[in-house]
Write a protein that binds this ligand. Structure first.
Ligand code: GTP
Ligand code: MG
Ligand code: ZN
Length: 291
């Protein structure tokens, strides 16, 4: 029996990495009966069939798990956004952050395509990133000319997952770090065609102190697993100031003596963050429950 990590899954075959040795494995029938599927990132015990193949017997407990894209045991979730093409949006960023926190992940924020920005756009983005830094997020703002080794170094060891909209430059970043990968990236002519996803599967690549995952970009975000009363906890500064509200279960919408609303007025909570919170709260409150 060997133990390794699933780095890729293609139609029911899981590629497992054991210190650089690769095995294509299949789960034993047992899994299918329990409706449990291994996912990329899982640490598994498998029985070796021959030099390149094996059968998975056991999946180790996951320390965390992202549903879309499916990846487990994440040490660093890197939310990638581009400065332009597609344009940086704090609204979209706040939605990604909520999803990440709902899976108990503490994400980092990486903004790409700095080289394509005007001074005005660059300084707007820096101002926004300063707000996220103040909330407690680590942020990076990079362009094609920056040293990717420095970018990756800042994350520390373990499994880092790049996640974000299609076309923001996740695969491009990996290609700069591992030129031998030659991952497919979007052609310039396609870059305004929003519906296209160039990367279509999750895959882990070994780096000096861990792994890094490229994932397919997404166009829709799923909040189905989040209840309206939870949302306030996923806006970290709102959560913190909310402890001083008069009502313990204050949702910071219309309640009296709401500290969050006072802090927005004082400028200690950015107006746009509060607006995004209220927007998402209302969206979830108004959604039709499916049974
Ligand atoms: N100028 C510039 N172009 C970039 C940068 N990063 C990515 N691009 C370009 O942006 C386009 C999209 O990059 P991809 O790496 O394919 O984006 P992706 O996030 O992997 O997209 P999906 O695989 O669809 O999720 C490509 O044409 C890249 O060359 C950057 O920092 N600067
Ligand atoms: Mg890609
Ligand atoms: Zn309140």
């Amino acid at each position: 029996m060997k133990t390794g990590r699933i780095i890729k899954s293609i139609s029911g075959v899981y590629r497992v990495d054991v210190d650089g040795e690769l095995y294509d494995t299949k789960p034993r029938g047992l899994f299918r009966k329990n409706k449990f599927s291994p996912i990329v990132g899982d640490v598994v015990d498998f029985e070796v069939e021959n030099v390149t193949e094996g059968y998975i017997h056991h999946v180790h407990d996951r320390k965390n798990e992202l549903k879309r894209p499916p990846v487990s045991n994440i040490d660093h979730l890197i939310i990638v956004m581009s400065a332009v093409e597609p344009d940086f949006s704090t609204q979209l960023l706040d939605r990604f952050l909520v999803i990440a926190h709902s899976y108990h992940l503490r994400p980092r924020i990486l903004v790409t395509k700095k080289d394509l920005t005007t001074d005005t756009i660059a300084s707007q983005i820096k101002q926004n990133l300063a707000i996220y830094e103040a909330i407690g997020y680590k942020t990076q703002f990079i362009g094609v000319n920056d040293d990717v080794n420095d970018v990756f170094q800042a994350w520390g060891s373990g499994l880092a997952v790049l996640s974000g909209q299609s076309g923001v430059g996740k695969s491009t970043l990996l290609n700069h770090y591992f030129p031998e990968l030659e991952l497919e990236t979007q052609h310039i002519s396609k870059s305004l065609n929003r519906g296209r996803h160039t990367t279509r599967h999750v895959e882990l690549y070994e780096r000096s102190n861990g792994f890094i995952a490229d994932t397919p970009g997404f166009s829709a975000l799923d909040f189905d697993h989040i209840q309206k009363d939870e949302v306030k906890h996923y806006f970290l500064e709102i959560n913190e100031f909310g402890e001083q509200c008069k009502f313990r279960n204050c949702n910071h919408i219309k309640e009296p003596k709401c500290q969050v609303k006072s802090e927005v007025e004082l400028g200690n909570i950015a107006q746009f963050r509060y607006d995004h919170y209220v927007q998402l709260f209302n969206e979830i409150a108004n959604r039709k429950e499916r049974y």
